[in-house]
Write a protein that binds this ligand. Structure first.
Ligand SMILES: NC(=O)c1ccc[n+]([C@@H]2O[C@H](COP(=O)([O-])OP(=O)(O)OC[C@H]3O[C@@H](n4cnc5c(N)ncnc54)[C@H](O)[C@@H]3O)[C@@H](O)[C@H]2O)c1
Length: 393
């Protein structure tokens, strides 16, 4: 069996997480590290036993010298497009952190480049591959909730538009595992308790592109009579417990809670209805399904390991990763559809013909330029400025 050569482009928080997964996986070798800041690749190089000769500041040089099968791109979101295109130029498979890109023009270009080069794109949305989501999926496949009717998912309380681009990507990716492609979107976005206006369109903190809406509720039409709702509502304080996905079937319900606390994990309820009591009205915890090769003693998180494991199996079988570039682009389609629907007050069919950013289009149609850069890249500082703009103390 082939051992895949993996190079890491970006050696900070998410690079550490990805590196630990590939370091722990018996079928992958970490063969190169790249960062603009040597302290960062040296720290990881020491942890992952990557020799100093395979640590780089120049990504092109790294790829030419270490000849990887996969380049992981765990960098800030605003760099995903540029760095993906640069790495794909070398004809190497990539995995890029979520969200894949900040608009559809970028996502289309990445997919076209990968196709032209004959390589694969995966988007690092690890919770779909992780043990709890796999347990939820297995229960679904075993028919424990009957036929799927409805899916609902919630973010953890970030400012809506920012939360959509950040956490909404994971939630949508998880929904797509059950609900097939999304065919249309209808959304309402509120800021300060009223419908958003073009003045409420912002350049996001943390490089997430153009956003709007403090509180977003989106209705999604999936295939096969299935609908869904995505909630990205700002809470006064982020609440991890809210970060969950619930599936309603004709015979029961499944719940995936991503909080990592006592309520976290996969759950099944053998009744489709909300009842005040009753013998069947209890959530039963489902056993997580770990990848066969996962070693709990390793430093890798189970979800990141499962994501790496899925890439190994996909390359073995010459198929796409479950979190493929095509799926990543579809998620951007849904997110752009949500912004477009909220701005224009109408349902948006997917895939949409317009690939430019709908919120920038909306502003232009109202005689407004693109919004200025955020007052701060930091989400919390930006939030303070947004509250000030809205006249709150
Ligand atoms: N999947 C998840 O659960 C999850 C969780 C949090 C964040 N994220 C995503 O991860 C991304 C941010 O990751 P991070 O916090 O590790 O990013 P970061 O910006 O802290 O680190 C990126 C590193 O890449 C390096 N870098 C940037 N450009 C480079 C270049 N041209 N050549 C070499 N090195 C370069 C930087 O020096 C930096 O060390 C975002 O896209 C975010 O949405 C994902």
């Amino acid at each position: 069996m082939k051992t895949y050569r993996v190079a890491l482009l970006g050696c900070r928080g998410r690079g550490t997480a990805a590196g630990r997964a590939y370091y722990a996986h018996p079928r992958t070798d970490l063969v190169g590290l790249c960062d603009l800041i040597p302290e960062r690749f040296n720290k990881l190089g020491d942890e992952f036993e990557v020799p100093p000769s395979a640590r780089y500041t120049d990504l092109d040089k790294m790829i030419e010298e270490v000849q990887p099968d996969i380049v992981a791109i765990p960098t800030a979101t605003e760099l995903h497009y540029e760095l993906s295109m640069r790495v794909l130029e070398h004809g190497v498979n990539i995995e890029v952190e979520k969200p894949m890109c900040i608009d559809l023009e970028q996502a289309d270009a990445v997919i076209a480049k990968a196709q032209a080069q004959g390589v694969k794109v995966a988007v690092h949305q690890q919770s779909r591959a992780g043990p709890n989501m796999q347990a939820t999926f297995r229960a679904f496949q075993e028919g424990r909730i009957g036929r799927l009717r409805y899916i609902t998912g919630s973010g953890k309380g970030y400012y809506g538009g920012y939360g959509l681009m950040n956490i909404g990507t994971h939630m949508l990716n998880n929904m797509l595992q059950f609900g097939e492609r999304c065919r249309s979107v209808s959304a309402v976005a509120l800021t300060d308790g009223r419908l958003v206006t073009p003045d409420d369109v912002h350049t996001s903190p943390a490089g997430m592109g153009t956003i709007t809406g403090e509180s977003i509720t989106a209705t999604l039409q999936f295939g096969d009579n299935v609908t869904g709702t995505l909630l990205q509502h700002r809470f006064p304080v982020v609440q991890l417990e809210a970060y969950s996905l619930e599936l309603y079937g004709t015979e029961g319900r499944l719940l995936f809670n991503a909080s990592g606390r006592e309520t976290g994990g996969a759950w099944c309820m053998p009744t489709p209805h909300h009842l005040p009591d009753g013998t069947n009205n209890r959530w039963e915890r489902l056993d997580p399904i770990y990848p066969e090769l996962y070693d709990p003693a390793s430093s890798a998180s189970p979800d990141d390991f499962a994501f790496a494991d899925e890439y190994v199996r996909a390359l073995d079988e010459d198929r796409d990763h479950a979190c493929s570039g095509d799926e990543g682009r579809h998620i951007v389609e849904i997110m752009m559809g949500i912004f477009e629907s909220a701005a224009y007050g109408r349902r948006v069919e997917l895939p949409q013909p317009g690939r430019d950013h709908p919120l920038l289009r909306w502003r232009r149609e109202h005689g407004l330029d693109d919004p200025p850069p955020p007052v701060s890249r930091s989400y919390s500082d930006w939030l303070v400025a947004e509250d000030r703009r809205l006249g709150r103390s």
